[in-house]
Design a protein around this ligand. Structure first.
Ligand SMILES: *Cc1c(COP(=O)(O)O)cnc(C)c1O
Length: 434
């Protein structure tokens, strides 16, 4: 399949090039040039298929013949190797728990897929590549875990010293092997600056095949479609497989990649009637739908901090899907903005009433279900495990949040390199360590 820039239809890449380049140009994002409609036989069998079989069938058309079938099946199996259960909160309201992966957030799905795709292409072409990533916490740990042990790929992850949680830091620093964590004496912006400078440095770029693992990469974004299909498959096994019960899905949104993946799944024929884009105080997208004009803003810090994005990149992809017409978008998507107070009240209410623990992101998603029609089934995506936001959640509910058993108590030794925020020191490190 070929991919095209949302900003310039003449910029076209195959899948491999789209993955390696990440961005087609300075102002666009890659979009698939066709969106295949899956056959009705696929939908009638959906409830009998496994998660990885669904993953294979949904993603296959987007890769085409660029990866052979057996390799691709393995790659999908390895990506989707943890459960994604649909849990009933009450009545017809469900939570799709996307947090059972190694770093307890949905970003594991995209990071694992991207890692395996890059590793595959690097091995085939006998290249070694270096992934550089700056993180304020969550992205770095998902990427580091995603790439852990993948051949021909080294990962260098930069985080601001003292500004990530102990849990997040240990998830980056205790892996070893092909993962190097560097703490920078500075802020997240300093980390990002170093990474940007390295990408612009032709000497480094050509010699070390530097690649980003940016969230807008097609290989991070596409696999997120799969769990929308999986949610419907699980519903069909709960209700009668042929029932045409209307389904609303609420998506806690920041950069709007997750929502865009859901909209793409709908285009492929999946029976989701309506989406709800749940925003925190960062309300550029809800405002776009209500006013018809899009004006990105600086981000505002909130309790659901992975959604603190003032200028969401994927609005470009959503526009590409809906002819840049907010009225057309609104036919499929409702959107609302909710405060930190709404978030805390929702965590409190849902725990006290139904004994279900929401994290601050899922709480915004649940709250936004109030924008859905009352009919049919509602699903909210739970994008992170509440343990990741233990302090916030435990300040509201009377009981402790328990660490899930699949995350072993990580007692491994930490390997940390501490560097100043000076570019020439960072560059010297990259050159000496490759
Ligand atoms: C990244 C993230 C989001 C936002 O997802 P987008 O695809 O950027 O909209 C929501 N919740 C959690 C926990 C996240 O880590």
């Amino acid at each position: 399949m070929n991919y095209q820039s949302t900003a310039n239809p003449l910029l076209i890449s195959n899948f491999e090039e789209a993955v390696f380049k990440g961005l087609p140009d300075s102002s666009g994002l890659y979009m698939p040039m066709q969106i295949p409609h899956l056959p009705s036989s696929f939908f009638s069998q959906l409830h009998e298929l496994s998660l990885s079989e669904i993953g294979y069938q949904v993603l296959r058309p987007f890769i085409g013949s660029e990866i052979d079938e057996i390799t691709f099946r393995n790659l999908v199996d390895e990506t989707l190797s943890f459960p994604i259960p649909l849990k009933q909160i009450h009545d017809q309201v469900y939570s799709l728990e996307l947090f059972h992966g190694p770093t307890l957030a949905f970003k594991d799905v995209g990071a694992r897929f991207l890692a395996r795709i890059l590793g595959h292409f690097a091995t085939l072409s006998n290249r070694s590549i270096t992934v550089l990533v700056a993180t304020s916490g969550d992205t770095g740990s998902a990427v580091a875990h995603g790439f852990y042990g993948v051949q021909n790929v080294d990962v260098v992850v930069l985080y601001p010293k003292g500004k990530v949680s102990d849990f997040q830091r240990r998830q980056m620093t205790t892996l070893g092997k092909n993962i190097q964590a560097i703490e920078i004496d500075g802020t997240f912006d300093d980390c990002q600056d170093l990474v940007k400078k390295a990408f612009l440095d032709r000497n480094l770029q050509d010699k070390y095949n530097l690649t980003s693992a940016n969230s807008i990469n097609v290989a991070r974004f596409l696999p997120q479609m799969v769990y929308y299909f999986w949610a419907i498959a699980q519903l069909k096994s709960t209700y009668s497989p042929s029932s045409e019960i209307p389904v609303n899905v609420s998506v806690p949104s920041g950069n709007y990649g997750n929502l865009t993946a859901g909209l793409l799944a709908k285009r492929m024929g999946l029976g989701i009637d309506h989406f709800i884009a749940a925003a925190n105080a960062n309300n550029s997208f809800p405002n776009y739908l209500t006013t018809g004009s899009y004006s990105p803003k600086p981000s505002i810090a909130t309790l659901s901090n992975a959604m603190d994005v003032g200028a969401p990149s994927n609005v470009r992809r959503i526009n590409a899907l809906y002819d840049s017409d907010p009225k057309k978008i609104a036919l499929d998507v409702s959107s609302g903005s909710f405060s930190d107070q709404d978030c805390l009240q929702t965590i409190d209410h849902v725990y006290n009433t139904y004994k279900y623990i929401l994290d601050p992101h899922g709480a915004i998603g649940y709250k936004a279900l109030s924008l859905a029609s009352e009919q049919g089934v509602s699903i909210c995506l739970e994008t992170a495990h509440p343990i990741k936001f233990k302090e916030v959640v435990e300040a509201v509910i009377p009981d402790p949040v328990i660490m899930p058993t699949h995350v072993e108590k990580n007692l491994n030794e930490e390997y940390i390199l501490s560097l100043d925020k000076d570019y020439s020191i960072f560059k010297d490190y990259l050159i000496s360590s490759r």
